[in-house]
Structures are given as C-alpha cells and as structure tokens.
Design a protein around this ligand. Structure first.
Ligand code: MG
Length: 348
C-alpha cells in the first residue's frame, strides 16, 4: 500500500504578497492582469473570494463584483524563489517529489521511516516547516493514490490536513461526486449527469462495457477511479514535453470566425500556465482542432513568436483542412527538451 502526500499552497501568489505586506491580509486582494489589457485573475485571497471572485475570472468582471479590490500584477521572480524554498523542504522528507506547478507537488512517502512511518505526522511536519521557514500556509492531503491525495488536500482548504487511510478509501470514494475525479471536465460531467450518474457509487453500478461505449478509453479510467484505483506513480524526473489547454464547447462553433473568437481566452489560460511552470524556453506552438465529425487535426509550427496572432494563423490553416464546425479547440507550446537546453551555448 502506497502513501502519497499532495501539498498545495493556499492562494499562493496572494499569500506571498500578504506575507510581505500584512496590511493586505484583511482586504480583498487579487494577482492578475489589468482590466485595460483584458487580463484575468491568477489568484486571489479569501476576502476577495467572499465577493465571488476566483482564478481565471476576467479582471473586468472581478472589479465589477468588488470595485475596491486591490489588484497586483504579480512578481514571478519572487514566487519562483519561494517555490524553490518549498521544494527544498519537500525534499527533506523524501527524494520522491513530483512538482506540478510552483506551489503544488506530489510526494511519495511510502518508504519514509521517520515519524514512525505515519503519513499524518509527516503532513503535519510539512505544514509546520513550510509555515515557519517560508511564511506560507500549505494544505496537505494524504492517501494511498495520487488522485485521492489531491482531493484530500483540497478538502479542508485553507490550512487543511486531510488523511484518507486505506480502510476509509472505499467509503470515501463511493460518496464522491463524479466531477471531483481526475480528468472529468465540464463536458464529461455533463454527459455523466444526463446518464443519471452523480457519484462514484452510481459509476460503480455501470457495467465496464457500457462505460467504454460511452466514454471510449476514458471509460476504463472512470471504472478504476470510481473504485479508488489509480496506479500512477509519483514521477520525479518527469520531463514535460509541452504545456497546453483545451476546451470542448457546449455547442459546436459554426465557422472559422467564431473559432477565432474562442481562441483569445485559451491563449490567456496558456500563458498563465506557462508562467506557473516558471516560463520555460519554448520550442514551438501548436493548435489542436476537433471537428463536429470527431476528426482531429493538429497544426504545429516552430519559430513563431508566442503571441495570439501566431495561434490565430495556425487555427486558420488547421480549420481550412476540414471547413467544418468546431467541437474542441486547444492551444499549446512545445518545450525545449532538457537535453537541448543543456546543449545551448552559454551566453558570454
Ligand atoms: Mg495552490
């Protein structure tokens, strides 16, 4: 039986700013792009959340909900430095750390002998050390599988500590709403809903073949997750090859023009995600389009600058391959491989 921790800072960027200026603690605070530049909220503190503000919301909308919101552009060099300190603490507990973003990581503590092997004590230690040494509160979840550890860290946020011991996994998962499962986005959730499947207990009642019929390969995953099965290992040397975001539309986009309009928010989400990964060097861009007949096309280009116009060009070429309504749109960036990065000539 494995022991996995998922550590996740509470409103990370905002937490760093509040640490450095305590006068920001009690007032609504958000980190994000400006209204004038049609920016979005990257993160906000809990006072801001009481106004209904959340991450990925357009800044203009956030300011309508809360006109006296304090908006900061964000200091990513500072966030990266705090992130390195946090990662160092994680590594004191175990070498098996898989960072997911600047403020989030999985830790495999199965073979840790300290703390008498108690995942609960380890999680407690992690929270105390992170707070004492970086001034940042971290929510931690502990469970025998990755997807459960991640759900657990979110369970009692902020400053949470939730443990799902092996003997409680079955009951915990049974009552879990399906939209909490790893990989279930709004489109899949909507389809599950029309099938009358609301919880994992409902999912378990579905025959395996039916799930495969309805959801293809993902049907197997649903079958397993609803039984608490998730064998994915904690990957320490994971080398990311690309960063991407995509959306399946509720209604197919009828033409190129409407697809182009849907591109801007995707590009914005992508650039946020690239920033969250510490702005690694990019090797190329791609656009992915699934048409209403489920055919899929991906168009990739190396050497284009990472600006919305580049994606717009790629989309035009991709769309002209089929000239059909668009069901799904994705944008992404290929990363320079670690190997190539090491071979880059050093600046003089
Ligand atoms: Mg977080």
């Amino acid at each position: 039986m494995r022991k996995i921790l998922h550590a996740d800072c509470d409103c990370f960027y905002a937490a760093v700013e509040m640490r450095d200026d305590p006068s920001l603690r009690e007032i609504p605070l958000a980190i994000g792009g400006s209204r004038e530049q049609r920016g979005v909220i990257a993160t906000c503190n809990y006072p801001a959340r009481t106004y209904g503000i959340h991450s990925a919301m357009p800044t203009a909308r956030a300011l309508r909900l809360c006109p006296h919101l304090t908006l900061m552009p964000g200091d990513f060099d500072k966030y990266r430095a705090v992130s390195r300190d946090l990662q160092r603490i994680f590594h004191e507990l175990t070498p098996l750390v898989e960072p997911l973003s600047l403020d989030e990581a999985f830790l495999d503590v199965t073979d840790v002998d300290d703390f008498q092997g108690s995942a609960t004590w380890m999680a407690q230690w992690l929270k105390e050390e992170c707070l004492a040494r970086t001034g940042i509160t971290v929510s931690v979840g502990a469970a025998p599988a990755k997807f459960l550890a991640k759900i657990a860290s979110d369970w009692e946020k902020p400053d949470g500590l939730t443990v799902i011991p092996p003997e409680r996994v079955d009951a915990f998962v049974a009552s879990l709403p399906v939209n909490k499962l790893h990989g279930v986005g709004p489109a899949t959730a909507a389809r599950l809903d029309t099938l009358g499947i609301a919880t994992c207990a409902d999912l378990r009642r579905q025959p395996f073949e039916r799930l495969i019929d309805e959801f293809g390969k993902f049907g197997r995953r649903l079958f397993e997750l609803s039984r608490g099965i998730d064998e994915r290992p904690v990957r320490t040397e994971r080398e990311r090859k690309s960063i991407s975001v995509e959306t399946t539309f509720e209604k197919d986009l009828p033409d190129l023009e409407s697809a182009q309009r849907a591109l801007a928010p995707l590009c914005e989400r992508l650039s946020e995600r690239v920033a969250r990964h510490g702005k690694p060097p990019l090797a190329g861009l791609f656009v992915k389009v699934r048409f209403d007949d489920f055919s899929l096309t991906t168009l990739e280009s190396r050497g284009l600058p990472a600006v919305p116009e580049s994606f717009s060009q790629l989309l035009e070429q991709a769309w002209s391959r089929a000239h059909r309504p668009v069901r799904l749109l994705g944008v992404g960036a290929r990363l320079v491989s670690e190997e190539a990065r090491l071979q880059l000539p050093l600046p003089l």
